[in-house]
Design a protein around this ligand. Structure first.
Ligand code: T3D
Length: 241
């Protein structure tokens, strides 16, 4: 059994959560799922946590579902990517992914579920599912067309070819590429920025952007009005003005 499949560091105003099965490129087994769910729940319950940095130990970010786990189980285990992606999207503060190396299968889509995705220049993203006869999950079929458009989404999902970090940035799959040695520092700077920021307003902004995926303009304008009223009652607004 892995000692600590997920590492958590408490920083001033934010947490660093590291997927920690480097010998398996941080592929998700059951223990890692459980530990990550607990780490996210603890971060959410901690009122002083105002951002979260998600990264991987070693040379990969995550290779998705642990396929040896799957074989050992002799059945189709529930990946757990579904609750994980829901939780990442719903956290009431920004989540920054620092993709330090290859992100494959569900590992790629967990990264794409984060609010801001930074990637090391040497990193890559691969929708590996088609290579083993599976369907992109953990939100892949939802995120891809929205991020890169229908044509690229289809090719990525059907061909399962890797996309290098620089291409991912050019296509809008991710926010930014960083030199490998600068990645974590850049992600930390973003989290420090968010830790000093208007957390409630940022959480409401996340909610508005997510709702915009299904709302028509009228519904979205109504929602913006309601959320703006809520944001306008915060001390952050008073201070900002
Ligand atoms: O099960 C369900 O419920 C369905 C849900 C599925 C969700 C999914 O995520 S499906 C997709 C699963 N992931 C993959 O198919 C990716 C498999 N891995 C790869 O294609 C390659 O490893 C990479 C492209 C990610 C990286 O290649 P490379 O050459 O840099 O590294 P490597 O040598 O292939 O891997 C290094 C080690 O990690 C190696 O172990 P070893 O030989 O050194 O002992 C390899 O077996 C291990 N590893 C890599 N990916 C996985 C893994 N072990 C378990 N599960 C993995 N997914």
């Amino acid at each position: 059994m892995d000692e600590n499949p997920v590492l958590v560091e408490l920083r001033e105003g934010y947490r660093v959560v590291t997927l920690n099965r480097p010998q398996r490129l941080n592929a998700f087994n059951e223990a890692m799922h459980v530990a990550l769910a607990a780490a996210l729940a603890e971060a959410e319950a901690d009122g002083s946590c105002r951002a979260l940095l998600l990264t991987g130990a070693g040379r990969g970010f995550s290779a998705g579902q642990d396929l040896t786990d799957r074989l050992a189980a002799g059945e189709t285990p529930a990946l757990g990517g579904d609750p994980l992606v829901r939780k990442l999207r719903a956290l009431p503060f920004p989540v920054v992914a620092a993709v330090n190396g290859v992100a494959a299968g569900a590992g790629a889509n967990v990264a794409l579920a984060c609010d801001i995705v930074l990637a090391a220049r040497s990193a890559s993203f691969v929708q590996a599912f088609a290579r083993i006869g599976l369907v992109p999950d953990s939100g892949g079929t939802w995120f891809l067309p929205r991020l890169v458009g229908a044509a690229r989404a289809r090719a990525l999902a059907l061909l399962a070819e890797p996309v290098a970090a620089e291409q991912a940035e050019r296509w809008g799959l991710i926010w930014k590429v960083c030199d490998d040695a600068a990645l974590i520092g850049e992600a930390e700077r973003l989290c420090e920025h968010f830790a000093r920021g208007p957390t409630v307003g940022l959480a409401l902004t996340k909610r508005a952007l997510d709702a915009a995926e299904t709302n028509d303009l009228a519904a979205q304008l109504d929602l913006e009005r309601d959320l703006q009223r809520e944001a306008g009652r915060t001390p952050d607004f008073a201070e900002g003005v």
